[in-house]
Write a protein that binds this ligand. Structure first.
Ligand code: HGY
Ligand code: MN
Ligand code: MN
Length: 399
């Protein structure tokens, strides 16, 4: 099968024009934003032109379906609030190009998907989590973004486009191409990573409630300052994790909402995100226990109340041996000496798809290891190398 690198790169750049930030190549295309919906409609048109049957499912994931049994390729086209042009988009456009090239070559049958809300405006990989059965739709509908909008209300914006969920039994497997989003391939001067497994994640909101008061007149020893509670908590877990974590374990407080967020008011409430990731589910559980104990003890000692929101989680997932071997063989042919096997520290839709299908992933380098930032980028030669590796693997899977 011969992929068309020019056609692939043009589509990738065209997709970037939806929600272009104006800062380098970055995009602002969070799930269900006007730019995201417009991009999804554009993508549906490209799928149709490629001879695929378009279906938009009840959560807004866009599918381009080949006839009969097919291999599914894809990723997501929503972005972080400040996102790069390749995170997700690369896997979707590579899938589209391979579906076209495969048709031109007379097979195999390739279907394409762009899952909705992979970037977790509402949850964690929400669209594929619902499709894969990791998250009930009714529960997803109640999830709120940081402005208090529910997933249910947001997906209603696409209701007039929506059909049924796609039956997973029509697919024989799933391969997701993605940027690495970390430093390893770039530092080693390598072009391709074949993924061995994807880490697990836990994500929850925690709230400390204290007493809002005057910042000039309230003596320090009488304060019940919610921000000071968060400050103590962040320091405490760094200490308490020390004997539990490995160099691969990560944890992040990435969103903080302080109330009322004013210079002259002792803050009475803080709600923050607590997220942690590791390849070992037991370690994730031990970290959860540390988090809950630390937050409770800090609250008790400072006259605060603590409230734990619902915890979202995805388990670590190993890649399928057959698909992974096909990618490795293709990488060794297309990029000899310039590829490696590696785990994924980022979450991907493949985690959820693994509930239904054998899954595998391949990575291309991220320049300076930057992602979830407008500066995210990859050398176009590496994008094309990755595309060729994926095409080779898909071609080798034909019956
Ligand atoms: O956060 C993640 O790992 C993914 O990029 N959403
Ligand atoms: Mn992604
Ligand atoms: Mn991402």
């Amino acid at each position: 099968m011969d992929v068309n690198a020019e056609r692939f790169l043009k589509d990738l750049h065209d997709l970037r024009s939806f929600g272009a930030s104006g800062v380098v190549k970055g995009v602002v295309r969070p799930a269900y934003s006007d730019a995201d919906i417009a991009a999804r409609q554009w993508l549906a048109g490209r799928m149709e032109e490629a001879g695929l049957t378009v279906r938009i499912d009840p959560v807004g994931s866009v599918w381009g379906l080949a006839e009969g049994p097919s291999i599914l390729l894809g990723s997501h086209s929503d972005s972080q609030p400040e996102g790069g042009w390749l995170d997700g988009a690369l896997g979707v456009i590579a899938a589209l190009e391979i579906a076209r090239a495969a048709q031109e070559a007379g097979g195999p049958a390739v279907s394409v998907v762009s899952f909705q809300d992979e970037e977790g405006r509402f949850g964690v990989t929400t669209g594929s989590a619902v499709w894969g059965g990791n998250l009930e739709l009714a529960k997803a509908d109640g999830l709120m973004d940081r402005d208090g909008i529910t997933f249910g209300a947001a997906r209603a914006k696409m209701a007039d486009l929506a059909g049924e969920f796609v039956d997973p039994t029509r697919f024989t497997g799933f391969i997701e191409m993605h940027i690495e989003q970390g430093p390893w391939l770039d530092q080693a001067g390598q072009a391709v990573g074949v993924v061995t497994d994807i880490v697990g994640i836990r994500d929850m909101k925690i709230t400390f409630r204290g007493e809002q008061n005057h910042a000039g007149t309230t003596p320090m020893h009488l304060r019940r300052d919610a921000f000071q509670g968060l400050n103590a908590f962040a320091t405490r877990i760094n200490e308490d994790f020390r004997n539990v974590v490995t160099p691969q374990t990560v944890w992040t407080i990435g969103h903080v909402s302080l109330h009322p967020n004013a210079s002259s008011i002792v803050p009475g409430r803080v709600t923050f995100s607590m997220q942690w990731r590791d390849g070992d589910a037991d370690r994730l559980a031990r970290m959860e226990a540390i988090i809950r104990t630390a937050a409770q003890e800090i609250a008790d000692s400072r006259g605060l109340e603590v409230e734990f929101g619902p915890m979202l989680g995805l388990e670590p997932v190993a890649m399928d041996n057959v698909l992974r071997a096909a990618l490795a063989k293709s990488a060794a042919t297309v990029a000899p000496g310039k590829w490696r096997e590696m785990p994924s520290g980022a979450l991907h839709d493949a985690t959820n798809v693994a509930r239904h299908l054998p899954v595998a992933m391949l990575f291309v380098p991220s320049i300076n290891g930057i992602s979830h930032d407008f500066a995210e980028d990859t050398d176009e030669a590496d994008l094309v190398t990755g595309l060729k590796v994926l095409a080779g693997a898909v071609a080798s899977l034909r019956p």
